[in-house]
Design a protein around this ligand. Structure first.
Ligand code: M6R
Length: 602
């Protein structure tokens, strides 16, 4: 949540900062700002609203070869002009952007006010420029002052600061992501790679406790004692095209449409002669594992349910837990427990907290993530990448599909290692049919009637999604996507649960989307019919050859395939349904209200 960027080099910084912020807006979009240093003071421009609002307030780009920028998801103080970043010290000589939460800001603010510092916002961040200013007065050394300031902070931060009259950007991180981008002519710092991917793919992923000083022709990384640190330079294999809209109205539709490619990348090289192999898995086999816990939030939790069910059906003791509830809901954890953290961004605070708790109990941890160098990837014992490419729309789409497939493969790999496991009889046909999944998704995209159905049911009071077995996770995901971007009431249920309460809400204005896979579908059919007999229109979502199609009022068809993959095809139909309903309702599809893509607060 919140995106920060900094740039220093030769030539003007403002345009680069603004375009970088646009690429970071998925991290927060309730206010935006930049500060540029041009030899005649630090110039701050900021406002509530999106980066496009900020741009419209700038008649010309402020002049200066270095600057910092921020796009906000508010935690402390509402989204007002005053609370927008960058924040400055009283004289306006030190400007800071920050992603994270400063826990001790209240006491620091009181101390600083007692020393005469004047505050203008309600944010936790504003203490940072005042602290830097205070230490600068006593040391006369900016690098030392920034080190002392961050040393005083409790909580999480990635910060970048500029100081009047200095040709440098100062930055530090603890608990929030920060990546250094290295181009021939300029250096960047940002919360995430897409901010500068148009300029460079050479990056350094900074670690907690790192501090960086960028100057026009050099950069240096130190620890908080000022000792120099070496960090490896890596090359990112994302294409700048992948991070753009590519002619689509919305990132979400682009990301739905590019699922065949994402899935091909996910699968590539991981199935060999009926066995599953992960080249990125460093630490050997899973033969010592006696139970597996999946932990995740939101859409990733639904993908984890998918994977969890497949592992359970291979005879492995499996729990699937919401990361935010991990401490209270987890069963026993020890060194025979494998904890699989499923997180697209690799930065979700609740998921990271659960990984750390599991580690403290001695568990082996494995991150399944989309983002190389993310905190989850670096903190877990192992990381497996879903290879979906950058996802910008706040609504997770292609990453769900790639997560579910990666997890399905991982479960086969893990089950093959565990002596007590009982790998599925149809494993060979399941793996073989996976090769066809990208082309089946293509078929769904080419033939879908989701747009027409979205229009048919647009005035409904509520939208229900039901499914059983693997269809259950898809039903939950369908409802989450629908409510997230349409703002309409939508709920997902295990099919058999409908009659235990929710049926009371069913009327002719509550369409029920019944997801089936050709596997465990009996309950879905009987419960759909029960809802239909109370007036609800039923939309069957699944393969053609099924008796539900005959009784349903409408139908979203998917190609016939192995039941393990059919749910993922049904999910593509539901993604499209949500997209078109939100479009008809004129919702801000890529930036739904109150949300952000990367949820870095608990
Ligand atoms: O980055 P993560 O996968 O850990 O994010 C978890 C959730 O915040 C995320 O899946 C969220 O539910 C989606 N934006 C929903 O579309």
């Amino acid at each position: 949540m919140c995106g920060i960027i900094a740039r220093i080099g030769h030539g003007n910084a403002a345009e680069t900062l603004l375009s970088g912020l646009e690429n970071l807006e998925y991290r927060g979009y309730d206010s935006a700002g930049i500060a540029v240093q041009n030899g005649s003071g630090v110039k701050v421009h900021k406002c509530s609203g999106e980066v496009s609002d900020l741009k419209s307030t700038l008649t010309t780009h402020p002049h200066g070869n270095m600057g910092i920028g921020h796009t906000r998801w508010s935690t402390h103080g509402p989204p007002t002009d005053e609370n927008a970043h960058p924040h400055t010290d009283t004289a306006g000589d030190v400007a800071v952007v920050h992603n994270g939460v400063i826990d001790n800001y209240d006491e620091l603010r009181v101390e600083l006010q007692a020393m005469g510092h004047v505050f203008e916002s309600e944010t936790d961040t504003e203490v940072i420029p005042h602290l830097i200013d205070e230490y600068l007065k006593s040391t006369g050394d900016t690098e030392l002052a920034v080190r002392q300031a961050v040393d005083t902070l409790e909580g999480s931060y990635a910060i970048a600061a500029i100081v009047d009259g200095e040709e440098a950007v100062y930055a530090a991180r603890k608990g929030s992501p920060l990546v250094l981008g290295l181009d021939d002519e300029e250096w960047f710092l940002a919360s995430d790679v897409p901010a500068f991917l148009d300029y460079t793919d050479e990056v350094i992923y900074l670690e907690d406790g790192d501090m960086v000083v960028l100057e026009p022709d050099s950069y240096r990384i130190t620890d908080l004692e000022g000792e120099p640190l070496e960090r490896p330079i890596e090359t990112v294999d994302w294409d700048p095209e992948d991070a753009g809209k590519g002619g689509y109205d919305h990132y979400m539709l682009k990301e739905i449409d590019t699922q065949p490619t994402a899935l091909s990348n996910t699968i590539e090289g991981r199935i060999d002669n009926g066995t599953v192999a992960f080249e990125d898995l460093q630490s050997g086999t899973f033969e010592d594992v006696d139970s597996v816990q999946f932990i995740a939030c939101g859409t990733s939790y639904h993908a984890a349910m998918y994977g969890g069910q497949l592992l359970r059906s291979a005879g492995v003791r499996t729990e699937v837990l919401r990361a935010s509830e991990y401490k209270s809901m987890s069963g026993p954890v020890d060194d025979a427990t494998l904890v699989v953290a499923v997180t697209q961004s690799g930065e979700t605070a609740d998921t990271l907290d659960a990984v750390r708790t599991a580690s403290d109990h001695g568990a082996r941890t494995l991150a399944v993530t989309n983002v190389v160098g993310s905190t989850a990837a670096r903190e877990a014992d192992d990381a497996v990448y879903i290879r979906a490419g950058p996802e910008v729309g706040v609504a997770a789409t292609k990453t769900f599909s790639s997560q579910a497939v990666t997890l399905a493969l991982l479960t086969q790999h893990v089950a093959a290692d565990i002596p007590e496991a009982t790998p599925r009889d149809d494993r060979a046909s399941m793996l073989e049919s996976l090769e066809d999944l990208p082309s089946h998704v293509e078929t769904v995209l080419d033939t879908t009637q989701a747009e027409e159905l979205a229009e048919t049911y647009l005035d409904s009071e509520s939208y229900f999604f039901i499914g059983s077995g693997l269809g259950h996770s898809v039903a939950l995901e369908g409802a989450l996507k629908f409510k997230e971007i349409t703002y309409e009431h939508a709920e997902g249920f295990a099919s058999g649960q409908l009659k235990h309460g929710p049926l009371a809400l069913v009327t002719e204005t509550t369409p029920v989307f019944a997801v089936y896979t050709g596997g465990e579908d009996e309950k879905t059919k009987t419960n759909a019919i029960e809802a239909q007999s109370r007036g609800a229109p039923i939309v069957a979502v699944g393969p053609d050859d099924h008796s539900l199609v005959d009784v349903a009022d409408a139908y979203l068809s998917v190609p016939d395939t192995h039941p393990v993959w059919a749910g993922l095809l049904a999910n593509v139909q539901l993604q499209l349904l949500s997209y078109y309903a939100a479009k008809l309702l004129d919702r801000p599809i890529d930036k739904p209200r109150n949300l952000a893509k990367s949820v870095t607060v608990e």
